[in-house]
Design a protein around this ligand. Structure first.
Ligand code: F6R
Length: 231
């Protein structure tokens, strides 16, 4: 395995949520003003719920954390329920009592604000079924900047599951591979048998823009996978 990469396999999704929450809680305890890139999608939801539980119990204080938005659909009207910003606010920012948010709307403003913050301490990521991270769709190389992208048919299909009855936006803005790979530490969460083949490509195959997640091995990467995703 590549130096800097640690893979932990846990039995199931609840164990993944526990381990991931513990991983981030330790870092927030050490660095209360942690700057965290926050994925939405299904995989980290159990983790965020566990963190919220700790905040409610008074054992974790996230008020100094800065939440940085990872991606957003393009062209949605203000307040649209599909907005990933709204999803991040209801799953992470509000329940954890986070006070500072860096939204992703305009790539130039986002990049400038991140630079002023001194970059990311931590990136929390899910793995797309096509190997995307954020909405860095294949092909995306390690220098791909924060930008607007067209979503691939595969992403449109998997996103449709989140928005029953609503049309899925076809374009998005994503934090670039350059931003993601610049994080001082990365946590990649992977759950389910449908992610098994792509996780193996990302960890065991060649580094390639066809599997953008394969470049995460260049970072200080912790992979938390359940047994279905990493038998
Ligand atoms: C979400 C995001 C996506 C998801 C990925 C996995 O903000 O950036 O890259 O992390 O599509 O989604 P789930 O977790 O729903 O399988």
């Amino acid at each position: 395995m590549t130096p800097g990469v640690t893979v932990h396999v846990v039995p199931d999704a609840p164990a993944l949520a526990d381990a991931a929450a513990e991983w981030l809680a330790q870092r927030i305890a050490r660095t209360p003003a942690l700057t965290v890139l926050v994925a939405t999608g299904q995989t980290p939801m159990g983790m965020y719920a566990q963190l919220a539980e700790r905040v409610r119990a008074g054992t974790l204080d996230c008020s100094g954390v800065t939440a940085v938005q990872l991606d957003e659909y393009a062209g949605l009207p203000e307040g649209d329920p599909r907005s990933l910003r709204a999803w991040m606010l209801r799953s992470f920012v509000t329940p954890l009592g986070v006070q500072t948010v860096v939204p992703l709307l305009d790539p130039a403003a986002f990049t400038g604000r991140l630079a002023a913050l001194g970059g990311l301490d931590v990136a929390v990521l899910g793995l797309g079924p096509n190997g995307h991270v954020g909405f860095n769709e294949p092909p995306s190389g390690p220098d791909a900047p924060t930008r607007e992208v067209a979503l691939t048919p595969e992403s449109l299909r998997s996103n449709a599951a989140y928005w029953s009855g609503l049309t899925v936006p076809t374009r998005a803005v994503t934090a670039g591979m350059d931003v993601i790979l610049g994080a001082r530490e990365t946590l990649l969460l992977v759950s389910g048998a449908h992610k098994c083949a792509i996780l193996s490509e990302a960890l065991d195959g060649p580094e390639t823009p066809l599997v953008p997640a394969s470049f995460l091995r260049r970072t200080a990467l912790t992979v938390l996978a359940d047994r279905d995703a990493r038998p």
